[in-house]
Design a protein around this ligand. Structure first.
Ligand code: SF4
Ligand code: SF4
Length: 414
């Protein structure tokens, strides 16, 4: 028996046409969604992508995206994330190979390679499903308070899970009908094929329904990705590679712009952010790790770094004033401690975003106007009262305040 993949087993040519039309539509929707966000990033100030940063970032990319070291700090969700991410990547590569084999007529999926391919995809598919089930359990059981529990958060996980299960069902039916002697190379599909032998629901006649349902759900997933938080699958790696990684305490005040100039990071309206800052907000996975370590947030203040990032992301459609969606209080409450930056698995720099907004949106609200005046007086006359320098001690007259220079041992007096 020849060993090769029969991608369209038991699928009529009409159904194949429907498949390709739907595939084309989902890819167009994906590309449109990607382009839409790309256009919005570029409405920001055009920061220059420094290739030396990209070179430095390759190490961080390996550390944070491939080894997922930051995600692993929280053990249980970290393991689940690894299973889902690695499973997804392998299944994605597997789909690309099918595409090359079937549509470019380059025969890759044959012989021994095809058997190993089936085995690897089956095992990583199981890892993918276990990871998703774990995520659903952690979220549903509220085992991590930092995780959001909206309807959409569950819907994405369930959609991915159903797509994964649908793939196994289609495989199980195919193997139970074709009875190829290498079926055991797909262990999960093989076990299902044995269970399906006597089934009336999972058989050759219903294969089209299961196969098409699986395909349509996968196309829906592709189409909605750039419009949902799943977009981080693409933007997080981009951000990790392109954004200059700054350690805590490194407060960058200026950016090198594409036109060769330096620009102060002052943000009063949304498009005052640079394109890389806007891109970084699209990388947010909404994991809440930043909130979980933020001292302001933990002490019950309004500031939640995740909200700051999400509000910028969700208000990117038009050049609205920052004050219309982020309050002065939130910005003032940040202590610039950097805990959020250290915790963020996708290298979002919250301090950079917050300080840029403080500089641009709040200079008048951060300082009491009298304090600003005092600073100017101090700079000009070395007297905060705005009087000549020689009168700067007059305010203390009659108050019996000791003056250090008049004492014999100023250090002791102090
Ligand atoms: S830098 Fe600001 S936002 Fe980030 S953890 Fe510290 S206080 Fe919170
Ligand atoms: S900003 Fe980073 S740490 Fe915070 S929720 Fe988004 S991805 Fe998670």
């Amino acid at each position: 028996m020849e060993i090769e993949r029969d991608t369209f087993w038991n699928i009529s040519s009409d159904a194949q046409i429907v498949f390709y039309i739907l595939a084309g539509m989902s890819i167009i929707a994906f590309l449109y969604g990607f382009y839409r966000r790309y256009r919005l990033w570029n409405k920001g100030q055009r920061e220059k992508v420094e290739w030396k940063h990209v070179k430095d970032n390759i190490g961080y990319f390996f550390q944070f995206a491939i080894r997922q070291t930051k995600v692993q700090k929280d053990r249980m969700p970290g393991v689940m994330h690894k299973l889902v991410a690695y499973g997804f990547i392998v299944l994605f590569i597997g789909t690309v190979l099918v595409f090359i084999d079937e549509d470019f007529k380059i025969p890759i999926l044959q012989g021994g390679f095809y058997l190993v391919y089936e085995l690897v995809l089956d095992l990583f598919g199981i890892a993918f499903l276990v990871g998703l089930a774990g995520f659903l359990l952690i979220r549903g059981g509220n085992f991590r308070k930092r995780l959001l529990r909206g309807k959409m958060d569950y819907l994405f996980l369930i959609l991915l899970f159903v797509i994964g299960v649908g793939g196994y069902i289609a495989e199980g039916i195919r193997l139970s009908e074709t009875k190829v002697d290498y079926a055991h190379w797909s262990p999960v599909g093989y076990v299902l094929s044995l269970l399906f032998n006597e089934s009336r629901v999972f058989k050759g006649d219903t294969y089209l329904f299961w196969w098409l349902t699986h395909s349509i759900l996968a196309f829906i997933l592709i189409a909605i990705t750039p419009f949902t938080k799943l977009f981080h699958l693409f933007t997080a790696p981009l951000n990790l590679l392109l954004s200059p990684v700054k350690r805590s305490g490194d407060f960058q005040v200026e950016s090198a712009m594409k036109d060769g100039t330096q620009r102060r990071r002052n943000v009063s309206h949304i498009y005052d952010f640079t394109n890389l800052q806007l891109l970084s907000t699209d990388a947010c996975t909404e994991c809440g790790r930043c909130d979980h370590v933020c001292p302001a947030n933990l002490s019950g203040k309004d500031l939640a770094p995740r909200n700051i990032v999400m509000k910028i992301r969700d208000n990117m459609q038009e050049n609205g004033p920052i004050s219309s969606f982020i309050s002065a209080e939130e910005l003032k409450q940040c202590t610039s401690c950097g805990a959020c930056v250290e915790a963020c698995p996708v290298s979002i720099n919250h301090i950079d975003l917050i300080l840029s907004m403080r500089r641009g949106a709040l200079p008048d609200k951060l300082l009491n106007p009298h304090a600003g005046e005092a600073m100017v007086n101090l700079e000009q006359d070395e007297n905060i009262w705005g009087a000549p320098w020689s009168e700067r001690e007059d305010w203390a007259k009659g108050l019996n305040i000791p003056v250090l220079r008049d004492t014999e041992n100023p250090r002791k007096e102090a």
